[in-house]
Design a protein around this ligand. Structure first.
Ligand SMILES: Nc1ncnc2c1ncn2[C@@H]1O[C@H](COP(=O)(O)OP(=O)(O)OP(=O)(O)O)[C@@H](O)[C@H]1O
Length: 342
């Protein structure tokens, strides 16, 4: 039995007059050429993956690659054409409308790029709104709203109206609102895309800080690979509705499965992404050198030492135990040489 929080299997979403019929006529696996030739839009094609509890899965891809459709299918805001979506082991495609509403109200939080705050309500009322919808009494919902407002760093602005806040602050209100109901799962569709780069970075840091405290299961859409690297545990790269590769940022960068993935990851500075552990050579047990480097350190932070050392540098884990060595040529190969993909 899978322990995944969310699992989708063979998920399809095609737009057109009779997408289910198209799938049936083509053994549930029509080619993209057939789909297009018959006048259908291939939004999501045969996508399967698991999102584990506490994991941040980032979905990336160019505009139109199917990211939002996929995300909405996971929450069943859009009805998939076929396939399976399991939420905590429950088939949500079999859930009734009432069960779905309950699930979304209690278990799912959503934040979108253009988060529609209610303009005539204060920050406090905006954040408390989902609880009001749920029927929570005023005292409890306001207490909870104040708690999450503080969590996102907006304490003191409870009585402001959205128009009195900056874009970043408004997005924080959106985030607080989605957190008010205490969801287990968070769906974030380009939550920071509308913000300018500095604020965006600040929000990413804030988001990571929050996630450390909250430990949600998160599906996060972005079209920015730098953002993906910063926030993701794993990244799924989509093209024309298909997940071309799903893996850690390191895997995507060092072993891109397709030219499209390679194109996405081409400009990533390897030394700021790869850890010593990912390229070190194994070592047999012995006492490490005093100048050993940490296995989880980024290559950028150890490059000088390794390049200036005549001998391979020892690598130790958190506990100071020798776990490998890193030689100058190993570092040069990883940064400038040909990648070694298994
Ligand atoms: N209601 C709809 N009817 C027909 N086609 C649609 C509909 N919604 C989305 N599509 C198409 O499905 C494809 C995937 O769209 P989707 O919005 O999921 O892409 P995306 O990767 O999220 O793009 P963006 O980054 O621009 O938001 C696109 O070709 C889009 O035009």
């Amino acid at each position: 039995m899978s322990e995944a929080k969310i699992a989708c299997r063979n998920l399809w979403k095609l737009y057109g007059s009779d997408p289910a019929g198209l799938l049936r006529r083509n053994h549930n696996n029509p080619s993209i050429e057939t789909i297009r030739a018959e006048g259908y839009v291939p939004a999501v094609r045969n996508v399967s993956f698991d999102v584990m509890p506490g994991e941040i899965l980032v979905v990336m891809g160019l505009s139109g690659s199917g990211k939002s459709t996929l995300l909405r299918c996971l929450a069943r805001l859009i009805e998939p054409t076929s396939g399976e979506v399991m939420f905590e082991g429950r088939d949500i495609l079999a859930a009734s409308e009432r069960e779905l509403i309950e699930l979304r109200r209690h278990k799912m939080g959503m934040v979108f790029q253009h988060f529609a705050l209610l303009p005539h309500r204060t920050v406090l009322d905006n954040v408390a709104f989902p609880l009001q919808v749920r029927g929570t009494d005023r005292h409890s919902r306001e207490a909870r709203a104040r708690e999450v407002i503080e969590l996102v760093g907006l304490k003191g602005r409870e009585a402001y109206y959205p128009r009195e806040l900056s874009g970043g602050q408004q997005q924080r209100v959106g985030i607080a609102r989605s957190l008010a109901v205490g969801p287990d799962v968070w769906f974030l569709d380009e939550p920071f895309s509308a913000l300018d780069p500095l604020i965006r970075r600040e929000m990413q840091d804030e988001f990571l800080r929050l996630q450390k405290v909250l430990n949600k299961t998160i599906v996060f859409i972005t079209h920015d690979f730098d953002e993906a690297i910063r926030v993701a545990d794993r990244i799924a790269i989509m093209k024309d509705g298909v997940v071309e590769q799903l893996g850690t940022a390191e895997e995507l960068v060092t072993c891109p499965a397709t030219p499209y993935v390679a194109e996405f990851t081409r400009n990533v500075a390897h030394d700021r992404l790869l850890s010593v552990r990912s390229i070190m050579a194994p070592a047999s047990a012995r006492t490490p050198d005093a100048a050993a480097v940490q296995a989880q350190a980024l290559l950028a932070s150890v490059a000088r030492q390794v390049l200036l050392s005549e001998r391979p540098v020892d690598v130790v884990d958190d506990g100071g135990v020798l776990v490998g060595t890193l030689a100058r040529n190993g570092l040069i190969d990883a940064l400038y040489g040909k990648e070694a993909c298994a």
